[in-house]
Design a binder for this molecule. Structure first.
Ligand code: G3H
Ligand code: 13P
Ligand code: ZN
Length: 333
C-alpha cells in the first residue's frame, strides 16, 4: 500500500475548490505512453497549470497499470526538473468500473478515482459509489462519480443516445454518496465522432459541420441545486479540423469527425465545471504529426524522428487548451 502523498501527488479537493471559485477548469488529459506524458508535463510546467493525469481501462490494458503509476511518480520529479517548484499533479483513474478497480488504484498511489456506475440504476449507482467513497476517503483519495449517460462508448458500455443528467436527482446523489465531484451529461460524448451529420448544420462559408449546442440549461439547473459543487465534463475534445485535414491529407480516412466548439467549453469553464476531460484531441495531434513526418521523410525509420514532432504538437495543443480554453494557467505557481 502506497499513499499518493509519498509520490508527491495531490488530490483534487483544494484544486477544485479554487477552480470553482476562480471561474476556470482543470485539464484532465489521458495518457497511454511516454511522449503524451512528457508533453502534458512540459505544457503544465511551462504554464504553471494544475493538471490531472488520467488513466483509462484502455490505457491500463495497453501500458500496464503499475508502469503508468511509476511514470506518474517520475512525472512529478520531471516537472521539478523543468523548473516547476510546486507541481500540482493528480493521478486519476478514469471510468473505474468496479469497487475492486478503484481500490487497487487507491492502494497503489492514485490520488483520485472515478467510479462510473452511470449505466446502472440510480440506487445501484449510489450504493457502489458510496462504497468507493468510504474506502478512498480513508486515504485522502478524492472520488468522481457520474449521473446521466453520455452517448458513445464508455468503458465498453455503448449507449446509442445520451441521457442528460436529471437535475432533480443530483442533491440526493451527492448527499447519499459523499462523492467529491460529479460528471454530468449535457450533450458531450467520447471520441472524435460526437455528433451524427444529421444532428449538425452546415456552415456555408467553411463547409464544416456545426454541432448542436450543449445543454447549458441542464448545467445551470445542476449548479443551482448544488451551489459550488465541482462538476466534471467528459467527452470534451473539440476535434480540431486542421488536425483532421492533415490526417486525411496524408492517407488517413476520418470523415465527418465533429467535436465540442471551444467557445462552449470556455463558457463551461467559468461555471461550476472545474474538470474538463480531453483525450481524442491529443490522439489527433499525435497521429497528424506522425503521418505528416512519415510522408515527408519516407526514408526515416528512427521512431524518435517522428515521435519528436508528435510530442511537440501535443504540447502545443495542451498549452492552447490550458491558456485559451480552460484558463488554468498560472494557477499552480
Ligand atoms: O473515456 C474515454 C477515454 O478517451 C479513454 O479511452 O479506453 O480508449 O483509453 P480508451
Ligand atoms: P474525448 O474523447 O472527447 O477526448 O473525451 C475524453 C474523456 O472523457 C475521458 O474520460
Ligand atoms: Zn470519459
Amino acid at each position: 500500500m502506497v499513499n499518493y502523498k509519498e509520490l508527491g501527488l495531490v488530490n483534487t479537493k483544494e484544486m477544485f475548490a479554487k477552480a470553482v471559485a476562480g471561474g476556470y477548469a482543470i485539464p484532465a488529459f489521458n495518457f497511454n505512453n511516454m511522449e503524451q506524458l512528457q508533453a502534458i508535463i512540459m505544457a503544465a510546467a511551462e504554464t504553471k497549470s494544475p493538471v490531472i493525469l488520467q488513466v483509462s481501462k484502455g490505457a491500463r490494458n495497453y501500458a500496464n497499470q503499475t508502469l503508468l503509476r511509476y511514470m506518474a511518480e517520475g512525472a512529478v520529479e520531471y516537472a521539478k526538473e523543468l523548473g516547476w517548484e510546486n507541481p500540482q499533479i493528480v493521478l486519476h483513474l478514469d471510468h473505474g468500473d468496479s469497487f475492486e478497480t478503484c481500490k487497487s488504484c487507491v492502494d497503489m498511489g492514485f490520488s483520485s478515482v472515478m467510479i462510473d456506475a452511470s449505466s446502472k440504476p440510480f440506487e445501484e449507482n449510489i450504493a457502489i459509489t458510496k462504497q468507493v467513497v468510504e474506502y478512498a476517503h480513508q486515504y485522502g483519495v478524492t472520488v468522481e462519480a457520474e449521473l446521466g449517460v453520455l452517448a458513445g462508448v464508455e468503458d465498453e458500455v455503448a449507449a446509442e443516445e445520451s441521457h442528460y443528467t436529471k437535475p432533480e436527482e443530483v442533491i440526493e446523489f451527492a448527499t447519499r454518496t459523499g462523492c467529491d465531484s460529479l460528471a454530468i451529461s449535457i450533450g458531450t460524448s467520447h471520441g472524435a465522432y460526437k455528433f451524427k451529420p444529421e444532428q449538425c448544420t452546415l456552415d456555408p462559408q467553411t463547409g464544416r459541420l456545426v454541432p448542436p449546442p450543449l445543454a447549458f440549461d441542464v448545467l445551470h439547473e445542476v449548479e443551482a441545486k448544488l451551489p459550488g459543487f465541482p462538476i466534471v465534463l467528459h467527452g470534451s475534445s473539440s476535434v480540431p479540423q486542421d488536425e483532421v485535414d492533415t490526417i486525411n491529407k496524408y492517407g488517413g480516412k476520418l470523415e465527418a469527425a465533429v467535436g465540442i466548439p471551444e467557445e462552449q467549453l470556455r463558457e463551461a469553464s467559468k461555471s461550476a465545471v472545474c474538470k474538463i476531460n480531453i483525450d481524442s484531441d491529443s490522439r489527433l495531434a499525435m497521429t497528424a504529426a506522425i503521418r505528416k513526418t512519415m510522408a515527408e521523410h519516407p526514408a526515416e525509420f528512427d521512431p524518435r524522428k517522428y515521435l519528436t514532432p508528435a510530442r511537440e504538437s501535443m504540447k502545443k495543443l495542451y498549452i492552447h487548451k490550458i491558456v485559451n480554453v480552460l484558463g488554468s494557467d498560472g494557477k499552480a505557481l
